[in-house]
Write a protein that binds this ligand. Structure first.
Ligand SMILES: C[S@@+](CC[C@H](N)C(=O)[O-])C[C@H]1O[C@@H](n2cnc3c(N)ncnc32)[C@H](O)[C@@H]1O
Length: 292
C-alpha cells in the first residue's frame, strides 16, 4: 500500500459525509436550474419537441393551456370574447415561456417568473414582440410578486420539487397579490412516478460536456427515500478532475389529499378540484380564501 495522501483522504471523507442520508428530508434541494451552465443544457431539453424532459410536447401544451384557462375561470377567453386588458396570470417556474405565448394568444397578460437565466432569456426572446408578456428572473420562494394578479399557474412538477417551507413562501406571496377568490392551477406527479424516477445506486465517468459541468467528472448516484414524508431525493455526488466534490439533490415529493389540503389551507387556499391527467399526473385547482 502506498502512503495515504492527505488530499485523497480529504476527498474520501467529503464523499463519505455527503453520501450519508440525513434522518429527516433536507430542507433545501439543489438550485441547479439557476446555474448558468446547467440552465443552458436544460434549455435544449425544453425546446426539443420530441422530448418531454424539460417541457411537455407542443400539442399537449396547447391542450393544457385551454384546460388551465377554463379552470382559472375564464372560459369566455376560449370563445375569443376578450376585452383588453385581459386577465393577468402569474406563471411561476415559467421556463422558456412556451405557456406564456399560448396564454397571450387568448388575450391574457402574463408575468413569468423563473430563476433559470437561459430559460428567462429565451422566454423574453420568444415573446419579444408581445407587450402582454413580461418575465422576471428570480427565485419564486424569495422574490416579491407583482401586484394585481388575477390567477396563477405552476406547471410540470415544480410544486413537487419544493420543500414545505418553499411552498409556504410561494403561497404566502401569492396570497398577498392574488385577487379575492383568485385561482392557482398547478400539477403534481404521483407516488408511482416518483418511485419510477428514483435512481438506483451506480457510478459513471463523463469525459466532458456533461449535464452537470463542462469538464471531466465522475458521477456517483442513488436516492434517499423518506416514505413518511412522501419524498424521494435523487442524489448526485460529483467528483471533478481536481478532486472537488459536490452534491446535487433533486426532490420528488408526492401528495395524498389530506397533506395537500392542509398545506394549502395553512396558507389561505382551498382545494377546489383535482383532476387526473394520466396514470402519473394530476392537475390541482386551488382558490384564495380570506385568511382567518
Ligand atoms: C420542469 S420546468 C417547467 C417549465 C415550464 N413550466 C414548462 O412546463 O415549460 C421547471 C421550471 O421551474 C423553475 N424553477 C424551479 N424552482 C424555482 C424557483 N424556486 N424559483 C424560480 N423558478 C424555479 C426551473 O428553473 C424550471 O424552468
Amino acid at each position: 500500500m502506498s502512503p495515504e495522501s492527505p488530499r485523497a483522504a480529504a476527498v474520501f471523507q467529503r464523499l463519505a459525509a455527503l453520501s450519508r442520508k440525513p434522518a429527516r428530508p433536507p430542507a433545501v434541494a439543489s438550485q441547479f436550474w439557476s446555474d448558468p451552465y446547467i440552465s443552458d443544457h436544460i434549455l435544449h431539453a425544453h425546446l426539443d419537441p420530441d422530448s418531454d424532459a424539460g417541457s411537455r410536447p407542443p400539442e399537449r401544451i396547447r391542450e393544457e393551456v385551454r384546460w388551465i384557462i377554463a379552470h382559472l375561470g375564464w372560459s369566455y377567453l376560449l370563445r375569443g370574447a376578450v376585452k383588453p386588458p385581459g386577465p393577468l396570470v402569474l406563471d411561476l417556474g415559467c421556463g422558456p415561456g412556451l405557456y406564456a405565448k399560448e396564454f397571450s394568444r387568448y388575450g391574457m397578460r402574463v408575468v413569468g417568473m423563473d430563476f433559470s437565466p437561459a430559460a428567462i432569456d429565451h422566454a423574453r426572446r420568444l415573446n419579444r414582440r408581445d407587450k402582454r408578456c413580461t418575465f422576471v428572473h428570480g427565485d419564486m420562494t424569495r422574490k416579491a410578486y407583482p401586484t394585481g394578479i388575477d390567477g396563477a399557474t405552476m406547471i410540470y412538477g415544480t410544486f413537487g420539487s419544493l420543500s414545505d417551507r418553499g411552498i409556504g413562501a410561494v403561497l404566502q406571496r401569492l396570497h398577498r397579490v392574488l385577487r379575492p377568490k383568485g385561482r392557482f392551477v398547478f400539477d403534481l406527479f404521483g407516488e408511482e412516478w416518483a418511485r419510477r424516477h428514483a435512481l438506483s445506486e451506480q457510478w459513471y465517468h463523463v469525459r466532458k460536456d456533461g449535464f452537470w459541468m463542462p469538464e471531466g467528472h465522475f458521477v456517483l448516484e442513488g436516492s434517499w427515500q423518506y416514505n413518511a414524508q412522501q419524498t424521494i431525493f435523487n442524489v448526485y455526488l460529483l467528483v471533478d478532475e481536481h478532486g472537488g466534490v459536490q452534491r446535487q439533490l433533486v426532490r420528488h415529493r408526492w401528495f395524498s389529499d389530506e397533506p395537500l389540503r392542509a398545506l394549502l389551507a395553512q396558507h389561505g387556499f382551498s382545494l377546489v378540484q383535482q383532476v387526473p391527467v394520466d396514470a402519473d399526473w394530476r392537475m390541482v385547482v386551488a382558490q384564495k380564501q380570506p385568511l382567518p
